[in-house]
Design a protein. Structure first.
Length: 251
């Protein structure tokens, strides 16, 4: 079936989780942002609402065996992703773990996670569901860990009690920030990270990680300058090359 003919929510593993033509884009975006935020192969991550492994298909081969954990109510999405995107051999080697749950039971894995991620989950959730998820994450996030999540900001909070899909819901940023801090001791840092569907990335973290979170939130490659040893004579060599090229062109 042609993906262009499918809509978000249709019964296809690439469409059920969102716009099908953005399946690969959103997976690659999440993977890039996680790595830029510090994710390394030795870290443990919980992919909340992992769906058909948009980012999971990149995280599973990247992470050390046993370091990827996914929560998804619909087992058929995981099965299709393994069949079409990941492969049974890689699953056997990398040993990802999954649970089928709609209540965000991060604690069921009994792990201290370095990272948790919930991409386009809270854009469909009720406030009670967000509260449940934050509660679970707060109990399972490492003290220096980060929880990456997306929201759609609005002028009022969605007051319904049910999951909304494929439609979306909005919340006020201050409402989420207050909820995370007052009930679970999690601070919220807004970011300037991109999202192709107009959602907004935030970082949740425990106190003491403010400097790290703020630095990560403003995405740029300048923070990696200190990792690069620049040749002392690089400027003068470049200048000489340009000068020689200029003289050659004038001849």
């Amino acid at each position: 079936m042609e993906l262009a003919k499918l809509a978000a929510g249709d019964e296809h593993y690439k469409a059920y989780v969102g716009p099908p033509l953005k399946y690969d884009l959103l997976g690659a975006l999440q993977f890039t942002l996680l790595c830029a935020a510090g994710l390394r192969s030795t870290h443990k991550i919980c992919d909340i609402g992992c769906g058909s492994l948009r980012v999971g298909k990149m995280l599973i081969p990247y992470l050390n065996p046993g370091n990827y954990y996914g929560i998804e109510p619909n087992q058929w999405l995981i099965d299709e992703a393994i069949k079409e995107e990941v492969g049974a051999d890689l699953v056997r080697i990398k040993k990802p773990q999954f649970i089928n749950d709609s209540d965000f039971k991060v604690g069921a894995f009994n792990q201290a996670f370095d990272f948790c991620i919930a991409q386009s989950i809270f854009s469909h959730s009720s406030m009670a569901q967000i509260e449940q998820c934050l509660s679970e994450v707060a109990q399972s996030l490492a003290t220096d860990g980060l929880f990456l999540a997306t929201f759609i900001w609005g002028k009022s909070d969605y007051e319904g009690e049910k999951w909304v899909y494929p439609g979306c819901v909005e919340f006020k940023a201050n409402s989420i920030k207050e909820l995370a801090w007052s009930k679970f001791g999690l601070k919220m840092q807004r970011t300037n990270w991109p999202h192709p569907n107009g959602q907004n990335w935030v970082l949740f973290h425990f106190p003491g990680n403010e400097t790290k979170a703020e630095k990560i939130a403003h995405f740029n490659l300048g923070q990696y300058d200190s990792d690069i040893e620049k040749p002392k004579a690089s400027y003068s060599i470049k200048g000489k090359v340009i000068s020689k090229l200029s003289r050659a062109l004038k001849k």
